[in-house]
Design a protein around this ligand. Sequence first.
Ligand SMILES: Nc1ncnc2c1ncn2[C@@H]1O[C@H](COP(=O)(O)OP(=O)(O)OP(=O)(O)O)[C@@H](O)[C@H]1O
Length: 471
Amino acid sequence: MSTMSMNALPSPAAVYAAYASLSSSVMLLRTTFHQIVPRQVQEYVLSLISRFFKNRIPNKENSVLTLMVEKSDEYSYSNYLFQSFQIYMSAKASSTTNRLKINKLSQKSEKLTAKLAQEETISEVYQGVEITWAYLNQHEKEKSDRNKQYWYELRFEKIHKDLVMNSYIPFVLEEAKNMQYASKDIKLHTYGSGSWSSFNLEHSSTFETLAMEPSEKKALMDDLDLFLKRREYFKRVGRAWKRGYLLYGPPGTGKSSLVAAIANYLKFDIYDLQLMNVGSDDVFRKLLQGIANRSILVIEDIDCSVDLPDRTTQAKKPKSKSLKFSLSGLLNFIDGLWSSCGDERIIIFTTNHKDRLDPALLRPGRMDMHIHMSYLTINGFKTLASTYLDIKHEHWRFKEIEELLGIVEVTPAEVAEELMRICDADVCLGALVSFLKEKKKRTGVETKDGEDATWGIKLIPEANEIDSDSV
Ligand SMILES: Nc1ncnc2c1ncn2[C@@H]1O[C@H](COP(=O)(O)OP(=O)(O)OP(=O)(O)O)[C@@H](O)[C@H]1O
């Protein structure tokens, strides 16, 4: 250390002298302030000083806003916001918190529901803003109260109030809605004795397991996705938010499997209706009112379930004497007459004989897409081989099977049966080849008849009349 720098530092005695002089000046000033300045003026000056500093030093308590979202209001009406928060928090809490409350709502229910434990908090950052969640209920001593209140608290900095109210909460609501749909059990409702009965849909068919040309599958999935996104569009053009599909093809080609695949894909319930159970237009209208949103109404075997009285000639007599149900009743519904009863509806008609349908049913705007479920093709077969035998790529038997499928009409249902018989892939495919050759011999079919053997999905142009034979 140089002598120069030692000389530049003040000595301890000098520092002490300066401190003593400063403190005596402050004391003098203080005494003078108290003696000369009137008490009211003193208080005013001090309050100004304190307010000045308060505004500059952040006060955590004052800058935080807490939103309370109660389970029900003072009249015990349940709060939709709370329910949505519950769903959202179940998902968030499961992945981030250290303490969770879990429930199993019934012995049958497969799912465990999770929620935040009392006074446990979790935080998340939304658009750079930290938001802390807590789940609370009334104090322990009030537990005897049967109307015990539960609520969520959201804490965040006050300056972000607009963002939280106008953007974060709508975001949470949308997320909760999607989570609810994704985790819900899909129900199959069937109509009989004047009411709908419901069961859990056990059909595990998905687009992945469905034997169908990949491009056609994609076209249908794209159409479904587009349909879901177009709520505003349907509203703007003043049309019912619905989509109609006609599935046609021989028995065992997968019409019911496709309905289940659509339901599993969209998480929509299925309402399965046999027209012979519908007594009249009136009953039809009422039962349609019992159908929830986000659902698929399936009318199976539309060609043979009932002879619908023709709208103009009334020529065909209903099979059942008591049946007063008319084709126009059905068409009115499809045209959206009862659209005010609900949203997000898909209507599916299935038939083995498209040529027997009243042309009015095939008019554009009624059924938006006609889907031909045909006999098995090689691409469809590969899907079945992957599902049933776990053959993910090629197999040396495929070439021979492709040739046979080119000349033998066989349904996916028949082939699926064959593939389930034997576990060993080589043996199983050998047995399938024998089955196809045997069928070829039995039917004496050398070439396919006139019907198009490929899968066919056709979007019906809205403006044009369609010729059913051309589809
Ligand atoms: N395209 C397919 N993809 C996958 N599996 C299929 C397909 N078609 C049929 N199957 C199998 O065959 C069974 C019967 O098929 P499904 O009931 O879906 O045919 P369908 O065309 O509705 O028959 P129907 O006209 O007699 O009601 C299904 O459970 C499934 O195992």
